[in-house]
Design a protein around this ligand. Sequence first.
Ligand code: GUN
Length: 293
Amino acid sequence: MKIIDGKETAKLIKEEIKAEVAGIIDRGDDPPHLAAVIVGDDPASHTYVNGKEKACKLVGFTSSIYRMPDETTEQELLDVVTYLNNDPEIDGFIVQLPLPKHIDENKVLETIDPKKDVDGFHPVNIGRMALNLPSYLPATPYGILQLIEHYKIETEGKNVVVLGRSHIVGSPISILLGRKNNPGNATVTMCHSKTKGLKSIAKKADILIVAMGQPHFVTEDMVKKDAVVIDVGIHRVPSDETKSGFKLIGDVDFDRVASRTSYITPVPGGVGPMTIVSLLKNTLKASKKEVYS
Ligand code: GUN
């Protein structure tokens, strides 16, 4: 069994990005510029956005954060999105989710210019991804692809089972691994809350990707011997093993499953650290006009 070390992989990729940014600056060009818009005071969202800002600083990107109060109207947010769409200084931007309930999330996401949509959430980018055209890939699935590449895990002809069909993880990773591509060319089965016989389907997986949002959902009886297990879940649960009284666990019961696997991602330190790296890579691509000219 080998641990897929997302923290270390993310660090290596950030070093590569940093070196490339140094080259851009040496040539006299502007470094990539990422903006983030955050509405309201959800503490988790502020933590994510602060993490993104820190990562930008580390690799030499310029970053701007637009912090807007909870009572921001939909129109005020749409105006900021339009402003950022038209600001030539900004290469790419994200609107941190979730948004307050009085704002229509889809309307906001569809207002973002697909060329600057470094989250890869705009229907145009999802559609281009499905058609295997150049696009910004959503951060978590892109992070999973980078781990698969980094660890040279073969996907061609493999049975991939994805547990979960969310718009930001389950659905896009299912599309990506089924594409005629490398990584890709897998036979993908996507399971969800209405799937019959989910356990026996999971057990046939050569590569099992778990994004159900349920702590310790996957137990050892659901995993084939020598499977690759990628755990996207992250849950904060009470624990008497830590000083804080809490610990982070995934959708996979790691302690019981790990010894059966060939590769497994831990939680924390697996997929999580790769998501910010994906956002940085998309922003770099935006600044180099690699996806759209
Ligand atoms: N909220 C949780 N994950 C994400 C993400 O990847 N992007 C945005 N914009 N919001 C999020």
